[in-house]
Design a protein around this ligand. Sequence first.
Ligand code: NAP
Length: 479
Amino acid sequence: MNIAEILKFAIDLVAVLLLALGIKGLSKVRSAREANLLAAFAMALAVVGLIVNYLGTSGIAAEAWIWIIFGTVVGGCLGAITAQRVPMTSMPETVALFNGCGGMSSLLVALGVAIFPTAAGAGEAGSAVVEDISIVVSVFVGSITFSGSIVAMAKLQGWLSTPPWMQSRVRHAVNIALAVMSLVAAIELGRRGDNVSALWLLVIGSGLLGIGVTLPIGGADMPVVISLLNSYSGVAAAAAGFVVGSQLLIVAGAMVGAAGLILTQVMCNGMNRSLVSVLFGGALGASAASGGGGEYKNITSCSAEECALTLEAAERVVIVPGYGLAVAQAQHTLREVTRALEAAGVEVSYAIHPVAGRMPGHMNVLLAEADVPYEQLKEMDVINPEFPATDVVLVLGANDVVNPQAKTDTSSPLYGMPVLDVQEARTVFVVKRGMSAGYSGIKNDLFELANTSMVFGDAKKVLGDLLVELKELGVGKKG
Ligand code: NAP
């Protein structure tokens, strides 16, 4: 080992440790922001390590510098601009796009080494067999991840819809044929690494398989698929790490692969869906997108003024944030309302359902933006036993996650999904614009219960009115 290699090894080791710390920090809202920066710094360090290694060993040609600088500047700018501009409600699409980029990178690295076997760094990790298998895995998973992620993003954006034949059983036959085609190409490529026809057959077969599997999946299940594709992008990166002999890429890819898989399982549990039914069912998504609902009888509604009067008299209030709160961008107004209540001695907590909103942690991020103290956020299992001792529950733009049907109606598509038992509280106010359904597209029995009152309107407008009413009542005024 020369100095450059030792230096690269040390930098890689630090980068892996920082990345692991970063991923660990992401599991807590309090440390997530710093953890994200730490992980980004670890990745930048990894690039520096690679450059140091090449400078000390084979050197870097002048034209290669141009490509390195070009890639860094263009990629960095695109990433920064996208991250700044994307609204929180479009985060699943953005994650899908980034996953697709990850899959494409691994695919390109493996293709580069397969087509130009003398590429720098190739083969350092071990024998030719390991390298050939790694190329096959990297091309196969990378290609599926790339095409699947782009389809997922296009479907969520509304640019693409499922053609009718894709919802029939024909799609299974097509997908099996594509899987067999990819398998044959993969075996041939594993046997003879220089078989370029097999290589391109594998790229095309697995790319089409990614489209064939993702296209029939409905919008409601898409975030789960995106999380799964995130895991695939990690697997593809780990395989690319074996291809170019980068221990750092192997470790980072494995961590992303495992984290994505765990997240997928958590989301499936939260929605009471099995991964198999998400991947091969496709039915729930169709109904979800339609946003129907059902006939409601005996709905009670009230004004912001009446709601404020009840809140003023309460000792314990629980806020249930949902997708509508994010759409209305009402988190800051909500914080002003809860500040006023807290100043008047009311105990306020926030009930966080694991799949409230459109992606895991959506509500935590939204509330953190408005400086809601982390200690007040309570997960479903913690808050559910506390509802019977709660005076008022304020449901803000949430629907499915508070639907009691999930526990009582065995014929409901939501049956079995864990939900927040808000109906156990003394009074429930539901703030939403009308009677339309949530993501699952079904009726919500909560709205008809005797202790529930609807407060119709945009969440931001209603919370603004509530604040005015609370101030008029003198709630939260010191002295
Ligand atoms: P939801 O069931 O989608 O309901 C959102 C409600 O917000 C709607 O009923 C809508 O009613 C209301 N709304 C929309 N805009 C509003 C506005 N500006 N002001 C006030 N209200 C507004 O939301 P959720 O209860 O948060 O449930 C999340 C759903 O997404 C679940 O079905 C879950 O399975 C699914 N999902 C979540 C994830 C995840 O990871 N979080 C992933 C995949 C799927 P109006 O139109 O009448 O106002």
